[in-house]
Ligand binder design. Structure first.
Ligand SMILES: Nc1ncnc2c1ncn2[C@@H]1O[C@H](COP(=O)(O)OP(=O)(O)OP(=O)(O)O)[C@@H](O)[C@H]1O
Ligand SMILES: [Mg+2]
Length: 345
């Protein structure tokens, strides 16, 4: 069964056709980094306009590259939440038009659950597993019993992991997006040069929730000190490597606790920051404790249409909407359980 996946929840327009939830027949993505660069962050209004400019031609190209005639596409899967509302609306309305014209059903997809699916193309991962999502908008620990049956064990109460990378890079004037830039510079730094705080490390008090805002502020203040102390031999790369180390340590600490609490020995990591080399390295320590660990392929860490089409294959039976149903389908900016500023106790 071939499913066409449409992803426009943030600043990547991505279209893919996936066969039987496993084989990516085509995956075309256009990043909007250039459009947002001047603002060093995503501007929602610009994001939706950029999606609108390219979604038609990108889909046309993806279908033609796949060599699959539209008649052999069984359904259109589209991210409907959570994300930037304007961006989601562009993808959803495009999906509706396409499905209406070609008489296909639509499968609405939760973007966060789709991120985990990026791990399933190369691996047959069994349930249950602990899922750690580290993306630009979210940081959270999940317990998955199936793709439809999951519990949130902890989440960020302020900045997400990727957001902390982006904001630190912004304050250091390094460019956007900050994650890959910091990852690269930190390779020449000493990750033990400075001891930045591990936020909410007291698990008894804060459970499995995360906070990256304090760490970000600590690093930014350190930078101010760094600027006025130019003659000292403080290296920018050391600061970045130490920041990255603090992020990785926090993630490992909370994830270990989640595994321990649930007794689950399988861990699936997803989201843009899953590409980070220090985070990948730090998690390897869990392998010694007999934990099965999965990271997505580097090209599938960030938003992509393949994860949308892949997940849809498993939700096909229950979540399919026909023409009479999908026309009234709405996009939602939030997933209620993921609201920030509340501690899960
Ligand atoms: N090597 C890296 N190290 C750390 N962070 C990274 C790296 N590569 C990308 N990122 C971060 O990943 C984030 C983008 O990831 P992703 O596309 O999954 O997020 P998003 O889709 O914007 O957010 P969400 O999925 O929560 O809606 C950015 O914050 C970026 O800085
Ligand atoms: Mg995403």
């Amino acid at each position: 069964m071939n499913i066409l996946g449409i992803e426009t929840s943030c600043d990547d327009t991505s279209i893919s056709i996936v066969s039987d939830g496993k084989k990516i027949l085509t995956l075309l993505s256009l990043s909007q980094n250039d459009a947002h660069k001047a603002y060093q962050g995503v501007v929602p209004e610009i994001a939706s306009r950029e999606h609108l400019k390219v979604i038609y031609s990108l889909t046309e190209k993806a279908i033609s590259n796949s060599k699959i005639p539209i008649s052999q596409i069984s359904a259109v899967a589209v991210t409907t939440f959570p994300g930037l509302i304007g961006s989601l609306v562009v993808g959803l309305n495009f999906a509706k038009g396409l499905a209406y014209r070609y008489n296909k059903p639509i499968i609405p997809i939760n973007h966060l659950i789709a991120h985990f699916y990026s791990n399933f193309f190369e691996n047959d991962i069994k349930f249950p597993f602990i899922g750690l999502l580290i993306s630009g908008g979210h940081t959270a620990l999940f317990k998955f019993d199936s793709f439809e049956d999951y519990t949130i064990l902890g989440k960020t109460i302020d900045d997400s992991c990727g957001e902390a990378f982006d904001k630190v890079a912004k304050h250091f004037d390094l460019g956007y997006p900050g994650g890959p830039i910091i990852d690269n510079l930190a390779k020449d730094g000493n990750s033990n040069a400075y001891n930045f705080p591990l936020a909410l490390a007291d698990i008894k008090k804060y459970g499995l929730n995360f906070s990256f805002s304090g760490l970000k502020t600590a690093v930014i203040h350190f930078r101010k000190k760094y600027k006025t102390n130019q003659n000292k031999d403080e290296k920018l790369e050391d600061i970045l490597a130490s920041f990255q180390n603090a992020v990785a340590k926090t993630l490992v600490l909370k994830t270990m606790k989640a595994l321990e609490k649930t007794g689950i020995k399988r861990l699936v990591i997803s989201g843009g920051a899953a590409a980070n080399s220090e985070i990948r390295k730090s998690f390897m320590i869990l392998k010694n404790n007999g934990i099965e660990i999965y990271f997505p392929p580097l090209n599938l860490c960030s938003d992509n249409g393949a994860m949308v089409a892949g997940l849809a294959y498993h939700l096909f039976e229950k979540n399919l909407l026909n023409k009479a149903e999908f026309l009234s389908l709405d996009a939602k900016s939030r997933m209620v359980e993921m609201k920030r500023n509340s501690l899960i106790t």
